[in-house]
Design a protein around this ligand. Structure first.
Ligand code: DC
Length: 233
């Protein structure tokens, strides 16, 4: 039975700093779709685990805790709000400490299993743009449209450096390059659902393209796909 009553499923995977969040938000806006930032869900789970002081080496305790977590992505006047067990954690999940903790907790099987279920539930009717690391390979291997958005390490580090400098943080390009390389390694070398380009994903290298250029490519391909899937009158 076709459960895609609201449109197609669009998967955007790729390493950190490739521009997935910005592109996913704009693509969803243009198509009238819902954006699902799965990285934000992993961050919110990490925050809950840390606040509850769960021992991450005790997988049984992590599993039990994850059975009762409730993570929602809501929209407030166009801004994405992340709620964890009913509390708005949108800003708290974006600190460097949470990035570090999330790269550890997102390797844990009970965390991934809990979030996998809710991501599949949220997207099953279609009309969604999901972004993450394992959307096209694990969460929705049957997604109608898959993109793998990447950029060179240097370019991703340059963008990250610029973003952090704007926030008033003191960072160097060399230090940021090292961080980017390390996060790529962690994301792609983990045992469960590693970062990998799905065989049927379209690779988009954003290194030398503006946001608008990347968006134009992706919107056009998605619209063509949506039109091709709509039954003729
Ligand atoms: O995209 P992000 O930087 O907000 O992701 C935060 C962390 O979550 C990052 O370490 C990778 C991990 N993640 C994941 O393992 N699987 C996903 N589908 C999305 C994010």
């Amino acid at each position: 039975m076709n459960t895609r009553t609201d449109g197609i499923v669009i998967a955007i995977d790729g390493p950190s700093g490739a521009g997935k969040s910005t592109i996913a938000r704009l693509l969803a806006e243009r198509l009238g779709y819902i954006q699902i930032d799965t990285g934000a869900m992993y961050r919110a789970a990490a925050l809950l685990l840390s606040r509850a002081e769960i021992n991450l080496d005790n997988l049984a305790a992590v599993e039990q805790f994850c059975q009762n977590i409730d993570i929602r992505l809501e929209s407030d006047s166009g801004k994405q709000v992340v709620c964890a067990n009913g509390i708005d954690v949108t800003d708290q999940i974006r600190t460097p400490e949470m990035s570090l903790l999330t790269s550890r907790t997102s390797t844990l099987r009970p965390v991934r299993e809990a979030l996998l279920k809710s991501q599949q539930q949220m997207g099953r009717r279609g009309g969604v743009v999901l972004e993450g690391r394992d959307i096209g390979t694990v969460v929705f291997p049957d997604a109608e449209m898959k993109f793998y958005l990447s950029a060179t390490v240097e370019e991703r580090a340059r963008r990250r450096c610029e973003e952090l400098t704007c926030k008033g943080e003191k960072v160097t390009l060399d230090g940021t390059i090292a961080d980017v390389v390390e996060r790529d390694r962690q994301d792609s070398e983990r045992d469960i659902a590693p970062l990998r380009q799905a065989d049927d994903a379209i690779a988009v290298d954003s290194s030398r393209l503006s946001i608008e250029e990347v968006l134009t490519i992706m919107v056009t391909m998605c619209r063509n796909k949506i039109e091709a899937m709509e039954p003729l009158p």
